[in-house]
Design a protein around this ligand. Sequence first.
Ligand code: G6P
Length: 618
Amino acid sequence: MCGIVGAVSVNNVVPVLLEGLQRLEYRGYDSAGLVVTCGGLQRLRTTGRVHELQKLADEQKMQGFAGIAHTRWATHGAPSVRNAHPHFSGLEENNPRIAVVHNGIVENYESMRERLQSEGYRFVSDTDTEVIAHLVALNLKRSEGLLEAVCASIAELQGAFAIAVMEEARPDKIVVARNGAPLLLGLGESGNYAASDVSALLKATKNMVYLEEGDVAELTSSGYRIVNCHNGKVVQKVERAVHETELTSDAIELGPYTHYMQKEIFEQSSAVANTLEMVFNAQSISPNLFGSAAESIFSQTSSILILACGTSYHAGLVARYWLETVAGLPCNVEIASEYRYRDPIVSPNTLVVGISQSGETADTLAAMKYAKKLGHAHSLAICNVPESALIRQSDLRFLTRAGPEIGVASTKAFTTQLASLLLLTATLAKLRRKLPPEAESCLIADLRHLPVAIQHTLQVEPQVKAWAKRFAQKRHALFLGRGVHYPIAMEGALKLKEISYIHAEAYAAGELKHGPLALVDSEMPVVAIAPNDQLLSKLKSNLQEVHARGGELYVFADADSHIVPSENLHVIRLSEHEGLLSPILHTIPLQLLAYHVALEKNTDVDKPRNLAKAVTVE
Ligand code: G6P
């Protein structure tokens, strides 16, 4: 995690660095810091948020023409000013003074630290990053310049990371390196920049260069060069394409909303419409939507393996029901962090599907690579970030066009993932002759109807708000669902945990009597998802089990589910049962519930404690 920004310009870079950090705060917000060259390296660090850093920079009228900055999600060392980046080497005399910001983890930092200590370097933080600063300083003594010293240092470091480095003696340049964590360059008229993602640089430029793994780049205000290194030596200069990003800075503004999560919940209708636009304009479903090789790969596919984390994993769990029921394909869904360390049995002709909003979740990327190493021939990425590592490393790809998701708790990414997975299901079903033309037309009509159905569902907000007041007093909650709605219950519980800090657990409702029923009393609200599907009568019996034991039920039911409110049984009615769309629509009120409970509890909705949006470390 962590976000890094660098800038070299003919103008003062402090505003660009701070704007960049604001945009990257979703990546971590335990502390923030920056360094600029202004008659020496001037550093500011705080355990507050970026706006605190801004205040400090304003008070000190900080200025400089080159600088690097960082927003931290703590891995090694508690959140404190001492552990905040940038980290320095050269506090001792006669050593070059170096500043480093870093995203990722240096795995061999303990042995490196011992070695550098024996060389006389003094450590003042608990971080792994400080190792990089001292190592670059050491290598600089025997290198031609900073770029060469960074190349030499990277060869000695194990782990996945991205770094930006400055040297006090050469205040006109910064050097950056990508080694397993995202990093791109922004090319402007008055300067050049680097950042962990595009959103950080949109105010400065639209021209981006996406670095490849192993690239090291040197930036000055008037130019840049990118090189490849091997065994610690610069091998050659490399050219990378310049892309004009389509993203506008408006897309990342809050607009009339109070929180990004609120904005993103209400954007779901248009996010889904954008994601499915190509289907809306067509009369039939085509495998080409997933890439030119999709028809050939899908025709060979006899089972599916889905790998993902967090909310994206829940999307995969929903898709399993669809893939099995509609396309008749066996489907396995695995938590990426578990899969990457198992010895799974590889079945031939399995399509591996990676689902990720960011496309940079370390465990998902590693699990996808592991699946390939084990012998799975084909992969598909379902992802929201076009230039992400996941997109680049997969054979086939489908972009969820949700637009930037900034709230740490994922909302519109989830519903657009579900829409994409439903489309994948339909495509595979059609190729396997499980979707006759009439059924295909009905499914396209359903998908066209989805944005409107989402708008309609959002209208339950006032009723959900009233429920939220009661939840805010509780310390625990149970979420129940059955069948394809069980993963939706899991997602509802996750949302509540993430942003309201209420302990919430999801159960398949039929499992209730095997344990969790013991927890039910008047202090334990039980949220149930009650669509009018083939499992409704079973679910109603499970709800009776709760009711009979004095539990308080909060039920989201389809209008035709015929569940009548009574004492301790509260019901919010959605529309009539929407068939395959039902799990997508039932997600919306659960997102609203978590959001309004968090508002009642006055938590930091967009930046919940201890979490970060993109988990780029193991
Ligand atoms: C973090 C985020 C979640 C997200 C998960 C997976 O935990 O806070 O919202 O679902 O990572 O992220 P991905 O980008 O791979 O979907």
